[in-house]
Design a protein around this ligand. Sequence first.
Ligand code: UDX
Length: 458
Amino acid sequence: MENQSINQMEQRKGRRLLLFPLPLQGHINPTIQLGNILHSKGFSITIITTNFNSPNPSNYPHFDFHFINENLSEDEKSQPNIVALVQLINSRCAQPFRDCLAELLSNVLEEPILCLISDVGCYFTRAVADELKLTRMVLRTSGATAFFSFSALHLLCEKGYLPIQDSQLEKPVAEFAPLRVKDLPLIDSCAPEELYELVDDMVNATKASSGLIWNTFEELEQPALATMGQDFGIPNFPIGPFHKRFPASLSSLLSQDQSCISWLDKQKFRSVVYVSFGSIAAVNETEFLEIAWGLANSKQPFLWVVRAGSTSKSDWLETMPKGFLEALGERGHIVKWAPQQEVLSHPAVGAFWTHNGWNSTLESICEGVPMICMPFFTDQRVNARYVAEVWGVGVQLEKREREVIERTIKGIMMEKEGEKLRGRVLDIKEKATRCLCQGGSSYQSLDSLVSHILSFQS
Ligand code: UDX
């Protein structure tokens, strides 16, 4: 056993990679999964991470962790403007990241680093890697279609679609069919100029990198991947879905409430609506009540994740109508955070009411679960439109009102339309499974990625 691990260490020698995640749940999960994927291909993995939102290193004894201080105040960390947060992370992490990296590179005789792989959102790593003469690749954790439309915000501005006017929300965006103006990847809480600046920084740093790794697969997003490959002029590696190679549960920043699974065990086959809006999105008090009553009136069993911070009240129980929970009895189960991948693969789950973050969207597709789409911002809007109109594996919730919610849930759970959606999602699930098998598109792309990285050795 000991000899075996010494052998493995010898084989990995000279094949060290450095990964840096954007410290947000939806970005940490795929970065850690990528680390595991590349480790399984014989690379040694070093992770530099901020102290803020750090994954637990004891879950990854096979990785080497280094921590930097991100220099953010508590108020800055919890601010709702996600664009401002990403910009702050970029400005405050540059120096500590540089110092940490310089120190690691000074140990070059011990083990050279082949390349840095950083999240597209961490565009500051471009200047640091250039200065320290380290090859840099990037990981895009969202879908290719969303990133493609995101990277075209300037063009959309020139064409007059942006800034968005309320009277134009339903207008089709001819250059990005089937998107409508309201599906464009914007964020209401942020000034358009602030977003354009962020997009420019991300796109420029990506184009200047030595390659782009995607958590997606050809069969799902071939047109966008092809266009991005041409436009960006750098090697493209769609090797997803990552979570089917390595689950995300260990990199969860919040503790996952396992009571979900025993509750699901008691429910009928495909009877439950699973409701979760990811790690950032929040609803106001009125929307919260509409969701609660919509779920109750649908008469379907439901598992609802109400994360701390996902409503305006610090304790969501305060927002619940009096007597609501008692009236529901065993039909509804509410938790603060769920083991989402396990939940989606449970036979009792019949639909996923989601915000369409990319991880949630992929996880739902890979478990063959049709979606009710309620996007909040940026890529979620594009993903939702594609889920409903292109891949045909979900429906958009048109209004956040109890009657509409009730009708949409009944439609997906009990009517013919729901069966059609399920048929299509099972079809794509099959493709997602096949692309990872020997000879499949992601399997081959991973082989190309490994060769590409090894070519940095000389
Ligand atoms: C963020 C952005 O909001 C999203 O638009 C972007 O695509 C990725 O970054 P987030 O909102 O957290 O992500 O959503 P998502 O991408 O779906 O990631 C959430 C992750 O948390 C998933 O891997 C999911 O399995 C996990 N999760 C979610 C849990 O483990 N438990 C839960 O209760 C909810």
